[in-house]
Design a protein around this ligand. Structure first.
Ligand SMILES: [Zn+2]
Ligand SMILES: [Zn+2]
Length: 323
């Protein structure tokens, strides 16, 4: 059949026929060479084949218990009406809301924590910020507190905005510290500093958390960053706080920390690997922070299957217990 076709083709166009036969020969030879172990730098190799992949380095992680979580609550959020905050703590806490906190003052306070005074109580923050804020409101948050708290600047301060851009003040800095002296020795993390944007007349970008920092009892500071979970079938909302904390790169080592609320979330939601759909998601890809693949599939990819970003490192979410 093929012979008849080639003969007919040869009669019509000898040059094309010779070309077609040569091409078939080259492709067959390349496939055979590839099979016997010779490296064929041709289109015949798929870029996602395991042998062409160098394994992504695994990042060393340290697991710690973060007693603090803070999120924005419901209801209107602006400078006039105030903003609702949803604290959730493992121990009794104090929530201090610093409205109109100077950017420089906060940076200086965070540096103070790393060099001089350990910021582990509301008084320490008051001292470190040295009145470089418009107004401070504090709330006592007990262990089982689940309601939202509402903070706003009283009318007598006559503050309706924080001036034109660029600004030298953050609208709101919410600080969580442990209320009990003895609890400060139990947890590694002594304070949570959340910088929040609150809209006003001059800048109406919707309210959002800009940064979250965790201060440790060893005088270091982590920036808290969310993980992006591949949504399960029945639960499409992100997990409450599977937070990733990374130490600023200027500091030594670089251990990172994952929050322990992850366990709770992982139990109640479907979390199949987006590649094999067979094993549980157990790897977070860096730098994009997508948690979407299992331990096996992570070795097959150099690009994130969700966003296609190049994967520099990955870390394990849940390491099996040592025997
Ligand atoms: Zn998989
Ligand atoms: Zn990604």
């Amino acid at each position: 059949m093929a012979t008849v076709f080639l003969v007919t083709l040869y009669e019509y166009s000898p040059l094309f026929s010779i070309g077609a036969v040569s091409l078939c020969f080259i492709i067959t030879a390349a496939i055979l060479l590839g099979r016997f172990g010779f490296h064929v730098p041709a289109i015949l190799h798929s870029s996602d084949e395991p042998e062409s992949i160098t394994p992504t380095p695994e990042k060393h992680m340290v697991q710690v218990t973060n007693p603090f979580a803070l999120d924005l609550g419901s209801g209107p959020a602006n400078v006039i009406d105030g903003v609702s905050l949803k604290p959730c703590c493992l121990d009794s806490c104090v929530l201090s809301c610093f409205w109109g906190c100077e950017v420089i003052a906060l940076q200086r306070a965070l540096q103070t924590h790393q060099h001089n005074l350990k910021l582990c109580s509301p008084q320490h923050f008051l001292q470190a910020l040295q009145h470089h804020y418009h107004y401070c409101q504090t709330f006592q948050i007990c262990e089982d507190h689940r309601e939202e708290v509402r903070t706003r600047i009283p009318d007598e301060h006559h503050i309706t905005d924080f001036g034109p851009l660029p600004r030298d003040r953050y609208p709101l800095v919410a600080v969580l510290t442990l209320a009990k002296e003895e609890a400060r020795n139990i947890y590694n993390i002594v304070a949570n500093v959340t910088v929040i944007h609150v809209p006003d007349d001059k800048y109406n970008l919707s309210a959002r958390i800009l940064f979250q920092y965790l201060l440790t009892s060893q005088r270091t500071m982590f920036e808290l960053k969310p993980l992006f979970m591949s949504a399960g079938a029945e639960d499409t909302s992100p997990p409450p706080d599977p937070e990733l904390v990374s130490r600023p790169s200027s500091l030594e080592e670089n251990p990172e920390v994952a929050g322990d609320e992850w366990d709770e979330w992982s139990e109640r939601s479907s979390r199949d690997c987006v590649i094999c759909q067979n094993a549980a998601v157990n790897r977070v890809l860096l730098p994009c922070r997508h948690a979407c693949v299992c331990d096996h599939c992570v070795t097959h990819f150099q690009h994130c299957p969700i966003c296609r970003a190049f994967v520099l490192e990955s870390f394990v979410l849940d390491r099996p217990a040592e025997p």
